[in-house]
Design a protein around this ligand. Structure first.
Ligand code: ASP
Length: 442
């Protein structure tokens, strides 16, 4: 199949039974032709299935350099790009996924975000895979977010981020930002924007709707199912990556999402759905937000930061037969706190095993190192009173952290220990940002 069509041209793609019309996109996948349909969705075709690509209109040369279009009739939002797949594209020369050269590149593939809001500010503090981040990156993101939240022209902030450690960052922002006044939305994509199967379009549209809503919370917004139909707005301290590749990779654990977000198909909506009262479902211009639980309302407070963080903390996963001497490493290296992802209700070998953790843990706790217990079950809570070996662990001073996620507990511990004046045990069990859920049964 030969064709004179170039990216940007309006074309017809002829298959044996169907003809698709749309704008040809630059495809990064070998053997795939990528088309942006009128509905706004991207569709990929196998070259071998195409009979003809007919050019209907050549792209105008002037449109090659994409300007970020401003529409001041729409609510202003800000975008912080930090890296990850959502800020990457496939590089056909190297065969690897690499960072976009500019934010404009992202909008080239997904201009739909502008149908909902005006992206008035874009900040790019760094471009990193999220596995390369640490607490200093969380602090940088928090500082920029604060400035944007205190800018009266901005209705909400979107943070585009890699998926792998997104829930650590959402936890960190939940603790670092005080007196939150507007939505802070963290989003992602599992497949880069230049791929037909990318999940970025729906996630960005849902994020824009969340950013202009009345939900003044740190939330992670992304696919609610494997289809391109709706997103969940999920609480930043109660969310976890639970699938390595599916679009709906993130799930709320031990809580409920704030809302379900249904963006209108491209071309239908004119403006964002607004959540004006609580709890009320809202619909506007074909966009719909279905409220699922209580949330903090948008307000006029000025946001403050509390970025203190102790870096000598660890997150340790228990496994059967593990040598407890591993804990000596933390003792020798002067760690200040450890979160243990224990089994079931919070177990580590404690009574009969030759590998009992109790003697070393007792020494650790007596030296003033905090030990927090979470469950590697993911769902549910730990409970020190059910079995006698759990009581032992409790008796030597390890703190059972209820239904807090291990990753959230790790971030919270760094933040709490950053404040030597605080009582660590009390603070770890104080519900600061929805990380503990009293209503959870069991
Ligand atoms: N490893 C990547 C990251 O977390 C994956 C992604 O972006 O989804 O940055």
């Amino acid at each position: 199949m030969k064709s004179s069509a170039n990216p940007g041209d309006l074309v017809e793609v002829h298959l044996s039974k169907t003809i698709y019309e749309g704008t040809l996109l630059e495809s990064s996948e070998k053997g795939i032709v990528l088309l942006k349909l009128d509905t706004g969705y991207n569709i990929g075709f196998n070259k071998k299935d195409i009979l003809e690509i007919k050019v209907l209109k050549k792209a105008s040369l002037k449109t090659e350099k994409l300007e970020i279009k401003k529409d001041f009739q729409k609510p202003n939002i800000a975008l912080i790009l930090t890296g990850g797949t959502i800020a990457n594209r496939y590089d056909s020369k190297t065969g690897a996924v690499a960072p976009l050269s500019s934010p404009e590149e992202l909008f080239k593939f997904y201009p739909e975000i502008f149908e909902i809001a005006n992206v008035a500010k874009i900040e790019v503090p760094f471009m990193k895979a999220s596995e390369d981040m640490d607490y200093k990156d969380w602090q940088k993101i928090a500082k920029i977010t604060k400035e944007l939240l205190n800018d009266s022209n901005i209705k909400g902030v979107i943070v585009a981020h890699g998926t792998d450690t997104l829930h650590y960052t959402s936890s960190a922002l939940s603790f670092f930002i005080k007196d939150l006044n507007k939505p802070v939305v963290l989003t992602y994509s599992q497949r880069s924007s230049d791929r037909a199967s990318s999940d970025a379009a729906l996630n960005l549209k849902c994020s824009a709707l969340a950013a202009i809503s009345d939900i003044a919370e740190v939330m992670l917004v992304g696919h609610g199912s494997t289809n391109d139909d709706f997103c969940y707005a999920m609480p930043g301290t109660k969310v976890r990556k639970l699938h390595s590749s599916k679009r709906d990779a993130f799930k709320v654990v031990n809580a409920e999402p704030f809302a379900k977000i249904f963006p209108a198909p491209a071309g239908v909506h004119q403006e964002g759905a607004r959540t004006s009262s609580r709890p009320a479902n809202t619909e506007s211009g074909g966009n719909r937000i279905e409220i699922l639980r209580e949330y903090n309302l948008r307000n006029n407070k000025k946001v403050k930061l509390d970025l203190k963080f102790e870096e000598k903390i660890a997150l340790l996963k228990f496994y059967p037969g593990q040598d407890p001497n591993i804990l000596n490493y933390y003792l020798k290296n002067k760690y200040k706190g450890i979160i243990i992802e224990a089994s079931g209700l919070g177990h580590v070998p404690a009574l009969t095993s030759k590998n009992s953790w109790i003697p070393i843990l007792k020494e650790i706790v007596s030296k003033g190192i905090f030990v927090g217990i979470t469950t590697q079950c993911i769902y549910g809570r730990v409970d020190p009173y059910v079995y006698s070996n759990l009581r032992k662990l409790h008796e030597i001073g390890a703190l059972f952290l209820e239904d807090m996620l291990a990753e959230t507990a790790f971030v919270k511990l760094g933040w709490v220990l950053g404040h030597p004046e605080w009582n660590v045990k009390e603070k770890m069990l104080e519900n600061i940002s929805g990380e503990l859920n009293d209503r959870l049964g069991g």
